[in-house]
Design a binder for this molecule. Structure first.
Ligand SMILES: [Mg+2]
Length: 423
């Protein structure tokens, strides 16, 4: 996998492919058209959205992960809003919005009120199968600023609509997309040590569960980061080592540390700078020490098209939750594929409903790298009847209709109650 990553990064970092691709002026259009191509059957058009319910919860967490540390007094747990959409024929679809305020600006409360007060009224009565129309309606109620507004809240509704449409016609997402189910998805174990002494035991934990690949949280301390990556590479020489700075370096530090991380065996550097440091991204890409992968800054497909045109990136760490859901995420994967750029699979420590959406996307589009889907690593509870349990560091892509999972509504309501009392 390591050598494959290096090969891919070299093969895709040349400008010819990208420029040729952009000259065809199809970069946006290709991705946008492909995902609109499914015909809507006459029978499908008669099913309407009748009810939309929200269930705000906080999942218990396991172990230390910096994004789950809230302000003093914040209830513990990983916030999420389960969404249940019921159609007028009685069919049901589930989705899940997964805000992490320390990662971006959406909160459990803002996602809940945005869905209930602003997005739900736009979706009630709409055709279940008109996903593009649902996104247009949601965007008309909650406008964007630089990019899509409240994408994490919208993603839960997008997932629920995908699940519902699949359940109505008894098709999996891959079948709806005309693609293979794919999988199993190889997972990456997330390392977020606070001291170098923690590195080895954290790797051991992953090893014990069959994980062979590791993604590390880096920044802001470059000396610590290089030392940490050297230790990981010594311990796991054959694993794919992926460093994510979550925008935590300044440009000078990033330019200095990137070659050192490369020497330490890191394969890709994700989101080295804050999302709006565009010229800095271009400098890092020009430096060429490591493939520059963006995450936080790429929300809508149009962002991605612009960033490709500006030469800011070698690839994207995809996550449907960040992009407003599966429809925009699919468009982005198709844009990356058409541009010859890297498509990595990541997540927002997704609980099982949101996790199912990511697995479907990554399986159907043949993800080539270990996915940083760390919900099973950091979450202590599941709300579906057959919780995802990685085997040998891998997860199968569900094959049933819709998201391929069965939500346990009693468990959902129980966690809602417990989350309220914890607050
Ligand atoms: Mg990231």
């Amino acid at each position: 996998m390591w050598s494959e990553a290096k090969h891919l990064s070299v093969a895709t970092s040349g400008t010819c492919t990208r420029r040729g691709f952009l000259r065809r002026a199809g970069v946006g259009t290709v991705g946008l058209l492909v995902t609109r191509s499914l015909p809507v059957r006459a029978a499908e058009a008669t099913v309407k959205i009748e009810r939309l319910e929200t269930f705000p919860v906080r999942y218990p967490t396991v172990g230390y992960f910096k994004f789950f540390e809230g302000p003093p007094g914040t209830p513990p747990g990983r916030p999420a809003v389960l969404v249940k959409i019921t159609a007028d024929n009685g069919a049901v679809g589930w989705g899940e919005s997964v805000p992490i305020p320390k990662w971006s600006y959406e909160t459990l409360e803002s996602a809940t009120t945005t869905i209930a007060g602003y997005l739900r009224p736009m979706l009630l009565g709409r055709d279940v199968f008109d996903l593009a129309g649902a996104h247009e309606a949601m965007d008309s109620a909650i406008a964007g600023s630089f990019s899509t507004g409240m994408p994490i809240a919208k993603a839960g509704l997008d997932m629920a609509l995908h699940d519902l449409a699949g359940n109505v016609v008894k098709q999996s997402l891959a079948q709806r997309w005309g693609r293979p189910r794919g999988g199993p998805i190889t997972l990456s174990w997330t390392l977020n040590p606070r001291t170098l002494d923690e590195v080895e035991p954290l790797i051991e934990e992953g090893w014990k569960r069959g994980y062979l690949n590791f993604n590390v949280k880096v920044a802001p301390d470059p000396e610590f980061d290089v030392a940490m990556c050297k230790r990981v590479k010594q311990r796991v020489p054959g694993g794919f080592l992926w460093a994510d700075a979550n925008g935590g370096y300044d440009l000078a530090t990033a330019l200095e540390v990137a070659p050192k991380l490369a020497n330490a065996g890191v394969a890709v550097l994700e989101q080295p700078l804050k999302p709006n440091r565009l010229s800095g991204c271009r400098e890092l890409k020009k430096q060429g020490a490591l493939p520059i992968i963006l995450d936080e800054g790429v929300v809508s497909p149009q962002d991605l098209i612009e960033f490709i045109r500006l030469g800011l990136l070698d690839g994207v760490a995809m996550k449907p939750a960040r992009c407003g859901g599966l429809l925009p995420a699919r468009r982005q994967v198709e844009i990356l594929r058409d541009a010859g750029l890297m498509f990595l699979g990541s997540g927002l420590t997704d609980p099982d409903v949101s996790l199912a959406a990511s697995l479907a996307l990554y399986g159907a589009y043949g993800l080539q790298f270990p996915a940083a889907l760390n919900g099973p690593q950091f979450l202590g509870e599941s709300l579906i009847k057959k919780p995802f349990k990685p085997r040998d560091g891998q997860l199968e892509v569900p094959e049933g209709p819709g998201l391929g999972i069965e939500v346990d509504e009693d468990k959902v309501k129980d966690l809602v109650r417990r989350s309220q009392t914890a607050g």
